[in-house]
Design a binder for this molecule. Structure first.
Ligand code: TRP
Length: 453
């Protein structure tokens, strides 16, 4: 098999883990996981989530790692190399396409985070609850500001990606992931010290197995899948920068642990504060952009400026989480264009930035202009729905089948054992998961999301 020589690599093990965890840790950890946990049985949900992550998340992640590190090239060509001339090769192209779409709409919300950083500094989030709601509505339906913010966000990710794998992505991740963790800890501690914080902690953790039904189970599976950035060749692209002696199983376990820990800490940051002022716990943009600014205002109102500071730290944290994810999406598309169309890395990144920004602008404007809709959904919702609910599960499903049933076993063994230098204790279990457990699990999640099961 042909592999590319002189290809960029991550420089250190910690760099690998932080960069890949940076892709996984994103808005999904902050605005979906905590609410799902609180509403679906607290600690019982966390246990189920951890089970899903181990049974489905780790095997799917390893499948992408195996393909990427084996082929040492972008996601599209990686699948093609291993698939020969068979139709399996299209999975990689499909992944890059999905990455392109996600990057375009993810940047819209990322831009909002950036806008909220400045708004929390300038005191625009200080007013009463109506004023904060109005601020969000005015802002998200304003044609210019969100567009400007998303373009700025893309440009930041552009400059990181252009600098390359080690000097750009790895260095940025080594800086931003510890920063994210520290911000999270500061806000979580401040939040847990508030009066009545224990109600929020109870909401998050008290185990209630009576709430667990098949919907909760499938919800946890879907969340695990989304949160780990599976199903679109992102991890495959990053794995192509791993070195031959990277321990794939160990790295996957560490990445998954970081992602889960950060999701749980996000719950500890949000709910004690929300409960201390008796707020509403719904998930999604309204939680982050409407409820929380009010919560910070009220909860910390006794000490001047602390509410401000907490809001600022929180939106900084969200921006960092979103940025590391956007960088990974940008890299998937850039690596593809750079290697397939033989453009320099800088030119390839420019193509991605320009194209994604243009589509992102349309997604952003779809909040402002109702005509920008297709199939009865705004462009933003359409992209969110098709990628999250259809393309990612489909990509993950096919990736597992590909590795489980098509890729020769000796390749799987060689990758998981680093050419026989490690003991391959879990290979039988891994193959069982990717052949049966993951495809069936993903299929059920998909049917559940479509309302068919
Ligand atoms: N994991 C990201 C989050 O939790 C979202 C996401 C899904 C993603 N697929 C991705 C990010 C691919 C980067 C690349 O928010």
């Amino acid at each position: 098999m042909t592999t590319m020589s002189n290809r960029a690599n991550f420089g250190s093990r910690i760099g690998i883990v932080l960069a890949t965890a940076g892709s996984a840790v994103g808005l999904g950890n902050v605005w979906r996981f905590p609410t799902m946990t609180g509403e679906n049985g607290g600690a019982a949900f966390i246990l189920i989530y951890i089970f899903c992550v181990v049974a489905l998340g780790i095997p799917c992640m390893l499948s992408e790692f195996i393909i990427g590190r084996r082929a040492q090239t972008n996601a599209a060509r990686a699948f093609s190399l291993l698939a020969g001339g068979t139709p399996w090769r299209f999975i990689g192209y499909f992944g890059v396409f999905t990455g392109f779409l996600i990057a375009s709409y993810y940047s819209v919300v990322s831009g909002w985070c950036l806008q909220y950083v400045t708004a929390s500094v300038s005191g625009q989030l200080d007013g009463d609850p109506e004023a904060v709601t109005q601020f969000f509505t005015d802002f998200s339906t304003n044609p210019w500001k969100p567009v400007l913010c998303l373009v700025i966000f893309f440009l930041i990710s552009h400059f990181v990606v252009v600098r390359g794998v080690q000097k750009g992505i790895e260095r940025a991740s080594k800086l931003m992931m510890p920063l994210l963790f520290i911000l999270l800890l500061i806000i979580a501690v401040a939040s847990c010290l508030l009066p009545r914080a224990s109600e929020g902690i109870r909401f998050l953790f008290s185990p209630d197995f009576s709430k667990v039904d098949s919907n909760v189970l499938l919800g946890a599976l879907g969340q695990a899948f989304y949160s780990l950035s599976l199903g679109m060749g992102c991890l495959c692209t990053y794995a192509s920068y791993f070195s031959r002696d990277t321990h794939l199983v160990k790295s996957a376990t560490q990445i998954v642990s970081i992602d889960t820990l950060i999701a749980i800490l996000a719950g500890l940051m949000i709910f004690p504060a929300v409960f201390s002022v008796g707020g509403n716990v719904g998930a999604g943009p309204s939680l982050v952009f409407i409820t929380l600014p009010n919560v910070f205002n009220e909860a910390f109102s006794s000490v001047p400026l602390v509410g401000h500071l907490m809001a600022l730290l929180f939106y900084l944290l969200l921006s960092v989480a979103a940025l590391t994810s956007l960088i990974s999406l940008h890299e998937v598309c850039t690596a593809f264009i750079h290697e397939e169309f033989h453009l320099s890395r800088a030119r390839a990144a420019t193509v991605v930035t320009v194209l994604c920004s243009i589509i992102g602008v349309f997604c952003s404007l779809s909040f402002y202009n109702a005509d920008l809709s297709l199939f009865g959904m705004s462009l933003f919702d359409l992209f969110d729905f098709t990628t999250g609910q259809i393309f990612l599960p489909l990509g993950g499903f096919l990736t597992c089948l590909f590795v489980g049933w098509y890729v020769p076993r000796h390749i799987v063994v060689a990758e998981l054992t680093n050419d026989g230098t490690l003991r391959g204790r879990f290979i039988g279990l891994f193959l069982f998961c990717v052949r049966y457990v993951c495809p069936v699990g993903i299929l059920l999640v998909f049917l559940n999301q479509m309302g068919l099961v």
